[in-house]
Design a binder for this molecule. Structure first.
Ligand code: 13P
Ligand code: SF4
Length: 332
């Protein structure tokens, strides 16, 4: 414990209500290592006129401790567009920060670690999109938000895991190209009559779940409810009781209040949701997203202390990428 800065009674008092909230998932000994950063972030947000938008995969000390708004990719995009504060700090991965900048270009958007990437975003380039378009002339390109702004700029419309089917069907065409998540595309294809041409990108977190995992959970925990993210392989989605975005899974738990549940998605989700649903027992297989886990209280604090790392997007790319994201937000 030698590296822990000395705690003041005031900092402990100021953060006591937050600790009350997270104490079921954060031991007291660990919390004392967070108090100084949580306390500093509370005043830095005021000083800088900043808000923190946190994805559902953030650790509980960020998600419940310092975030002003929490959600899935779709909710974060909608919220980013409406932020009036001068600074938006994205506690999430780089494509989320780019989306925030696209939708609210007048704000300063910071990401605490610019290396916080995504295996899906890394799976495709703008040149790949141009090639696939040339191969299927006239077929619209629906691009998952988990992509760079440069890839979005080559697309007709974006989608998230929360609205993918709705977006595909909104186009009113018999066939679409859906990039870059093969499994999301195949999971949407199971639910729609629209023919889908897919790319071969995968989420390195969700691709690790298998249908055998579900069989094992059901054997070991009779009656358990299995919720899966649509980035999981199609046989996993088919064997689950419900498939939906991270927000979809949270809503499902809130509405159905299962006695036991397993969320086939990133580790921190279960901790974050369990805090709000003490009546439900969460089985927690841990699949960690190394990119999401790059965001910590310490680098959130230095982001606001030093106003880094600012997200910028070249104007020509931003204009075209924004069009694709705004088209998505216009679909209800
Ligand atoms: P959603 O929160 O939009 O479901 O996306 C999950 C994800 O993997 C984001 O990286
Ligand atoms: Fe990308 Fe998967 Fe991590 Fe989400 S969980 S940021 S899709 S690698």
């Amino acid at each position: 414990m030698g590296n822990i800065p000395p705690l003041t009674a005031e900092a402990l008092r100021r953060t006591a209500a937050i600790y009350e909230r997270v104490k079921s998932v954060i031991p007291a000994m660990e919390w004392v290592t967070f108090v100084d950063d949580v306390d500093a972030l509370m005043s830095l947000k005021k000083q800088r006129n900043a808000v923190i938008l946190a994805h559902n995969y953030m650790r509980p000390e960020i998600f419940h401790g310092v975030a002003d708004f929490q959600g899935d990719s779709l909710a974060l995009a909608r919220e980013a567009a409406q932020v009036e504060a001068e600074v938006i700090v994205v506690a999430g991965v780089h494509f989320m920060a780019e989306t925030a900048k696209l939708l609210n270009p007048g704000r300063t958007v910071l990401i605490p670690d610019p290396q916080a990437g995504c295996s899906l975003a890394d799976s495709i380039t703008a040149a790949d999109v141009r090639l696939i378009r040339a191969r299927y002339p006239g077929v619209p390109v629906v691009t998952y938000v988990n992509t760079s702004a440069a890839v979005k700029a080559e697309s007709d419309i974006c989608c998230t895991s929360g609205n993918a089917r709705r977006i595909v069907e909104s186009l009113g065409v018999p066939e679409v190209i859906m990039l870059p998540d093969e499994y999301l595309a195949r999971n949407v294809a199971r639910e729609t009559a629209v023919k889908i041409i897919a790319w071969h990108g995968h989420c390195e977190v969700h691709e690790r779940f298998s249908a055998d995992d579900i069989t094992r959970f059901r054997q070991q925990h009779p009656g358990i409810v299995v919720l899966a993210h649509p980035e999981c392989p199609p046989d996993v989605a088919a064997a689950a009781d419900y498939t939906g975005s991270t927000a979809g899974m949270i809503d499902w738990v809130g509405v159905n209040k299962p006695a036991q549940v397993v969320l086939l998605t990133e580790c921190s989700m279960s901790d974050n949701v369990a805090i709000n649903h003490p009546e439900t027992h969460f089985i927690r297989p841990c699949q960690l997203c190394p990119h999401m886990k790059r965001i910590t209280l310490a680098n959130l604090r230095s982001a606001l202390e030093e106003m880094r790392h600012e997200v910028t997007i070249p104007a020509d790319i931003a204009e075209r990428a924004r069009r694709a994201v705004e088209r998505m937000l216009a679909v209800h």
